[in-house]
Design a protein around this ligand. Structure first.
Ligand code: RM4
Ligand code: MN
Ligand code: MN
Length: 424
């Protein structure tokens, strides 16, 4: 289903006076408000095709109804999100969960929904039906060259799908690792992974990137072959300029200073982009900003500072994507909340008084540095996000409009109550 703009406008009208009052209040204190709104309007976050259904856990799956039954319907759901927030104009596919059978038709369908394709993701962490060799003991790092070859070929096939869709990056996440000490020779596993990635790298078109994601544990619980940013950085450095490190916020041990990692990767030109989510314990894949919004702000503060230092375009130089999966919320509402949280953190980072912070750092004025950061963090920037959305033709309050338009009811009527989307 596609949302008609006039219906969004009608609901906006009811909220307009209230919004104006709040916007003017916060805007009065922001020197370069127009620049901030332009930046916010340009900032989009890709939606992964696997987030449109209720997430799986190893204990079960509880569909809320009206889940997309096909890639076409997933695209339509992202279209709904983008009509509401004007900040999610691309979709990231996971192959083989979402194989585009007819690329031209799929591309046209995406364009009709105002979307294009972000990174394509390969999957060698599950065995597929009719697959010749198993990934039980890994894929790109496997001791058996034949398994590695099969996994390399899968990645090359994913690139081919991506080329047809005008994607520009391959995102690789491996579950390769070991469950018990002694199971694996770490050095050989790393070297095999490097060799396999080199073959994939060779198959990349000139204007493509490969994003190497890391994760410390799960599904393996003793070692992961690309376990942290150092290991990913080592691989992406050895591979060459088209390889970079992807940071998934949930892929760190508790207490890790993610903002520092981000800052250094950015400095080295090796930050591919993000898989946004939030977590309390591990790779919880919770809604962005639901647990630790301050950390998200600190990450964005480093991003804005680092991108500005390198003269990078905030919206397009880095891959911004959500990677979350949940069991209890309407997936579309959840994604709207995640995008909102990301934009809030970004807006707050844009408000940091950089000159004052640099001076405070230079003077070792620790208390003042903290004041400056918290001044930005404690500003309620939600009216700025609403204003950017409104000016782009979206909703002042996307979740509220989604509810008022009873989108889920329509989807259930159209698709049925028992549909379950492909994916995890
Ligand atoms: C992993 C990782 C990958 C995602 C899979 C489904 O934990 O975050 O990015 O593709 O889950
Ligand atoms: Mn991820
Ligand atoms: Mn993950």
């Amino acid at each position: 289903m596609q949302l008609e703009k006039y219906k969004i406008d009608e609901i906006n009208k009811e909220a307009l006076a209230d919004h104006k009052r709040k916007f003017e209040f916060v805007a009065a204190d922001i020197k370069d408000i127009d620049r901030v709104i332009i930046k916010l309007s340009a900032f989009n976050i890709a939606i992964p095709s696997w987030a449109l259904g209720t997430g799986g856990t190893r204990f079960g799956r509880f569909s809320g109804g009206g889940e997309p039954r096909s890639l076409e319907e997933k695209i339509e759901d992202v279209g709904v999100i983008n009509s509401l927030n004007k900040s999610s104009n691309s979709i990231s596919l996971h192959i083989p969960w979402d194989i585009p059978q007819n690329a031209t038709a799929i591309k046209a369908h995406a364009a009709q929904n105002g979307l294009h394709f972000d990174a394509v993701n390969s999957n060698t962490f599950q065995d597929q039906k009719d697959q010749e060799l198993s990934y039980k003991f890994g894929s790109l790092h496997h001791v058996d060259k034949a398994v590695r070859k099969q996994a390399v070929e899968h990645n090359i096939e994913v690139i081919k799908y991506g080329v047809q869709l005008d994607s520009k990056a391959l995102s690789v996440w491996l579950s390769d690792g070991s469950n018990f000490p002694g199971q694996l020779n770490f050095r050989k596993a790393f070297q095999n992974t490097l060799e396999s990635l080199q073959e994939i790298y060779e198959a990349l078109p000139d204007d493509w990137k490969v994003w190497v994601e890391y994760k410390p544990y799960e599904p393996n619980f003793y070692s992961t072959t690309i376990g942290d940013w150092g290991q990913s950085y080592l691989l992406s450095s050895k591979l060459g300029p088209k390889a970079q490190t992807l940071v998934d916020l949930g892929h760190h041990l508790q207490g890790t200073n993610i903002e520092q990692i981000v800052s250094l990767l950015l400095m080295e030109g090796k930050l591919a982009g993000f898989h946004f989510n939030d977590s309390k314990y591990g790779d919880d894949d919770l809604t962005v900003g639901s647990i630790n919004p301050y950390q998200l702000f600190l990450i964005f503060n480093e991003l804005v500072e680092g991108m500005d230092a390198r003269g990078m375009n905030h919206a397009t130089s880095i891959g911004w994507m959500i990677d979350a999966s949940h069991n209890v919320k309407d997936p579309i509402e959840d994604l709207l909340q995640s995008v909102q949280a990301i934009k809030i953190a970004y807006a707050q980072a844009l408000l940091v008084d950089k000159a004052a912070l640099t001076a405070a750092q230079q003077n070792n004025d620790v208390a003042l540095a903290q004041e400056i950061l918290q001044q930005a963090y404690r500003t309620d920037v939600r009216p700025l996000i609403s204003q950017a959305s409104l000016l782009s033709g979206g909703a002042i309050n996307p979740v509220e409009v989604y509810r008022k338009l009873k989108v889920r009811d329509h989807l259930i009527k159209e698709r049925g109550l028992k549909t379950v989307a492909t994916g995890l």
